[in-house]
Design a protein around this ligand. Structure first.
Ligand code: ACO
Length: 431
């Protein structure tokens, strides 16, 4: 906890209370209200956590006004351009850029954990073939706690590390298996001679009947999508993981909780919803109709892939993603992709409309990611699983950070109670 020299004074009726203020290394000061209830007998009210810091962290920093995203201090555009996903995983987990030897060892460790217990195949078989892959993944990740008993003791640092490696390594395998299951194709086992992204592409798209060559440019684009989604400080799913973990739940249960939260269309489900929206719009001439709907207070429709709780200027991940969309479609020879045309025109029209400008709504990371994923051959139902796969390292890094803080407590919010006060039970014949 940072030094507290500054204080704020809160006055309620005729009593004043001194509240410490913590100064972060970057970002706004943080008012410490932990002792407020004990001293003043009041709660604070902040549903949606718009002004509440839920924890201390040294992992990721976002400046939403300036459109800045840093992992351990390194800007996301530099990481997306110069690094690669497993190096970013190391950075998030351990706090520094690895040496060549450390990276090689880390890559070897992850590669050697990619297979899942053979018996877990039975779990997949229990699902309907038309199950959403997210439904399968959330179940199977939770079920890992029934297989990997030697990495569920959260008080043992070595077991925590093994669980971290297992989750990062097995998520692509499980996501690919969920996909294979829903299309009725045989599972494809991971291969140790392939890098993380290539391995995932192969496990999704290879079939036993023919050789599958991973296109290195598509593997690079896949790796960049993983990197851009790797962590995003205290978002809804990460906070869910931390809250689940605060009770002492095992790592697989905590990550399953994060996956469940990510699924919603206001969060990780936005990439699927965005592509479906672009398809529904279909042609640029229909854009005004959808813009009008997004602005209509009576209509629940929102522009998917637009807006962000924190970014109020631009989402730096969206800038890289847009470039990537151009590169991938170019590589695949998909000229004049109609969805990309609709997306670009929708972005242009929305950004020049005062409604979106006034509310500081800009394309977020998922506005362009779906276009790339679809061009690669993924169905829309796999978009959110790919986000979950990428974010696993962020969830784990935050989980690990939380557990290494000896002062961490169970998360237990208060409430503003507006229900009935105490009243007597009435027997059924008297109601
Ligand atoms: N389209 C139209 N209007 C919007 C949109 C949108 N996409 N997003 C926000 N608004 C409007 C709201 O109607 C609201 O208007 P009001 O002040 O007149 O009531 C105002 O902007 C503020 O919106 P809130 O929902 O209060 O903002 P919040 O910070 O709670 O929500 C969120 C952020 C959930 C991302 C929202 O912008 C949204 O629903 N976007 C679409 C879904 C999406 O793309 N989610 C992905 C987020 S990024 C990620 O998880 C990777």
């Amino acid at each position: 906890m940072s030094d507290t020299q500054k204080t704020a004074t809160l006055t309620i009726d005729d009593k004043s209370f001194e509240l410490p203020i913590h100064s972060p290394t970057a970002g706004p000061d943080v008012l410490d209200i932990r002792k407020l209830y004990g001293q003043a007998g009041v709660f604070t009210y902040d549903p949606g956590f718009t002004s509440t810091a839920s924890c201390e962290s040294t992992i990721t920093y976002i400046d939403g006004e300036e459109g800045i995203l840093l992992h351990r201090g390194y800007p996301i555009d530099q990481l997306a351009g110069k690094s690669h996903y497993l190096e970013v995983c190391f950075l998030l987990l351990y706090g520094y850029l690895p040496t060549a030897t450390e990276l090689e060892n880390f890559e070897t460790t992850i590669t050697r954990h990619t297979m899942v217990h053979e018996q877990m195949i039975n779990f997949f078989r229990g699902f309907r073939r038309d199950a959403h892959p997210m439904a399968i993944i959330v179940g199977v990740i939770g079920a890992m706690s029934a297989f990997y008993h030697d990495s569920t003791d959260i008080n043992d640092p070595r077991q925590r590390e093994v669980a971290s490696h297992r989750l990062i390594a097995k998520m692509p395998t499980i996501a690919a298996m969920a996909y294979k299951y829903t299309v009725g194709q045989p599972f494809v086992y991971p291969r140790n001679d392939l890098d993380y992204a290539s391995n995932f592409l192969r496990m999704c798209f290879a079939v036993p009947a023919e050789e599958y060559e991973v296109n290195p440019i598509l593997a690079r684009a896949m790796d960049r999508i993983f990197t851009l989604h790797a962590d995003h400080e205290q978002n809804a799913s990460t906070s869910t993981v931390r809250l689940a973990s605060s009770s002492g739940a095992n790592p697989f249960a905590c990550i399953a909780a994060g996956i469940a939260c990510l699924w919603g269309p206001a969060h990780g489900g936005a990439n699927q919803a965005c592509l479906e929206m672009l398809k529904e719009i279909g042609t640029p001439d229909r854009i005004p109709e959808f813009i009008a709907r997004a602005k209509d207070k009576e209509d629940p429709f929102r522009l998917m892939g637009f807006g962000h709780r924190v970014y109020k200027n631009h989402d730096p991940r969206a800038t890289v993603m847009k470039q990537s969309a151009d590169e991938v479609l170019d590589l695949l020879g998909v000229e004049d992709n109609p969805l990309l045309q609709v997306a670009k025109e929708l972005e242009r029209v929305a950004l020049s409309d005062p409604y979106f400008a006034d509310k500081k709504l800009f394309p977020n990371v998922d506005f362009y990611s779906g276009i790339i994923l679809e061009a690669m051959g993924f169905p829309t139902s796999m978009f959110t699983p790919i986000f979950a796969l990428s974010r696993t390292v962020g969830w784990i890094s935050q989980w690990k950070e939380q557990l290494s803080d000896p002062a961490h407590k169970i998360g237990r919010p208060r409430q503003l109670y507006l229900g009935e006060t105490e009243r007597d039970y009435s027997d059924i014949e008297n109601r």
